[in-house]
Design a protein around this ligand. Structure first.
Ligand code: ZN
Length: 125
């Protein structure tokens, strides 16, 4: 697949992120129909594109796949999701490679953000 037509970078990125979106929705669909291997393959492809174009797969996609092995994470199937109330976080474990991911409760995240934005972050000249 060789594309000789040169496009400017921004346009390329737009197309790339559009393609990533499509790949993830295909992954969702494949996972829902029980085809988790296919779903993971879509994830892999999406990550490839993201890497090539230096696009960060942020919040929107980050929780949907394993960063260790690109497995599409479906709780109860390819991942285990636990709520750790002591640490106030959600723990996701990939059943394919065993990688664990921690995500703080949304409320906590919001609070932390508020703290960061408040003016008590040290003396100002
Ligand atoms: Zn994994």
């Amino acid at each position: 697949m060789k594309n000789t037509r040169r496009k400017n970078k921004a346009e390329g990125e737009n197309i790339a992120s559009e393609r990533i979106k499509i790949l993830f929705s295909l992954a969702d669909r494949a996972a829902l129909s029980g085809d988790l291997q296919v779903a993971s393959r879509y994830v892999e492809r999406a990550r490839d594109i993201a890497m090539k174009f230096n696009i960060r797969l942020g919040r929107e996609y980050g929780g949907r796949f394993c960063r260790g092995c690109s497995t599409y994470l479906l709780p109860g199937k390819t991942s285990i999701v636990r709520i750790n109330s002591a640490e106030k976080r959600v723990e996701t474990k990939c059943l394919s490679c065993g990688e664990k991911k921690y995500r703080p409760y949304v409320k906590e995240v919001r609070e932390r953000r508020r703290k960061r934005n408040s003016p008590v972050t040290g003396p100002k000249p």
